[in-house]
Design a protein around this ligand. Sequence first.
Ligand SMILES: NC(=O)c1ccc[n+]([C@@H]2O[C@H](COP(=O)([O-])OP(=O)(O)OC[C@H]3O[C@@H](n4cnc5c(N)ncnc54)[C@H](O)[C@@H]3O)[C@@H](O)[C@H]2O)c1
Length: 324
Amino acid sequence: MTTISVSTNGSRRPSPLRPNSSFAFENPIAPVDDAAVHPILHSGRVAVITGAASGIGAAAAVEFAKLGMKVALADVNEDQLRAAGEEVAKVSGDPSNVLVVPTDVSKIEDVVRFRDRVYEAWGEVAVLMNNAGISSKGTSWDGLDAWHKVFDVNLFGVLNVQQTFVQSMIYQENAAAIINTGSKQGITNPPGNAAYNASKAAVKSLTESLAHELREHPAGNNTTAHLFIPGWTWTGLTGAGKGGEKPAGAWTAQETVLYMIDKFREGKFYILVPDNETRKELDQLRIMWTAGDVAEGRPALSRWHKDYKALFEEYIRDGLAQLD
Ligand SMILES: NC(=O)c1ccc[n+]([C@@H]2O[C@H](COP(=O)([O-])OP(=O)(O)OC[C@H]3O[C@@H](n4cnc5c(N)ncnc54)[C@H](O)[C@@H]3O)[C@@H](O)[C@H]2O)c1
């Protein structure tokens, strides 16, 4: 197990934070290797995905269908949703294994209708992928309407789905899981997308609470929660809809989803996904630096603060050098 310790110099104390931990707590739903049959991602079981009309959600729908799962797709974009549903039906080979339900996740009545359709059709949910999301640019002191819109989808959309589905899922006989899509921006808070970052930070907090509550609930320990943290993925959200080629640094939605499935099978709660530009160790160092702002009393967002630029770069250089 590799650990990073940062050299002491006049400008900085060594960081007590390490990128890797040797502790591993058992997940109530045992991780499985590739050859084993996963109890949740299993042929005949049900995958429910929001934001399934495009990007990561659509790719997940295809990959779950390839595993022989029944797939319910929800999205606010009806035309694109139907097209995605047709694609999934082709992969599945059986159209009756695909349910397409136009749904605005920010509207609780839509979400309740979606849940009812899924349970009427198939009577259970194995994996609930809470993935619909929108982005916005702007500052913290303007664009109140945009802030409401982003929170209505990215936080309250996730919460609507969670509150509507989880009550039924925890009383099912078979193991089940909720995968909420967060973002690295909800952890490291880069400047420029204040509302998006805050909404994704809330999703992180919400999903951590959910994981704990499920663990403690007498009926909940057959159901797990997971925070899926995609890397840079070439989708509508990141400009793919406008045409053009995928940037070399980004992953395709399929690559991101296959990585997610792999880590989910290992039983991970935090599914932190790399891309072609950012390897896992760099993400780990950035996350620890962010936590260090609080623990070590640096200014907010010191990573982007001119007085800390050199120190941050040195921290990353030292950290990566020790891993190589
Ligand atoms: N692409 C990336 O690099 C990246 C990185 C980190 C996190 N994410 C997250 O991944 C998730 C999927 O995004 P994507 O990158 O595939 O983008 P995308 O735009 O291709 O997909 C998002 C989907 O959500 C749908 N949606 C938006 N508002 C909705 C609503 N109110 N109700 C239902 N559906 C709604 C959209 O119509 C769209 O189909 C989002 O939560 C996003 O924040 C993406």
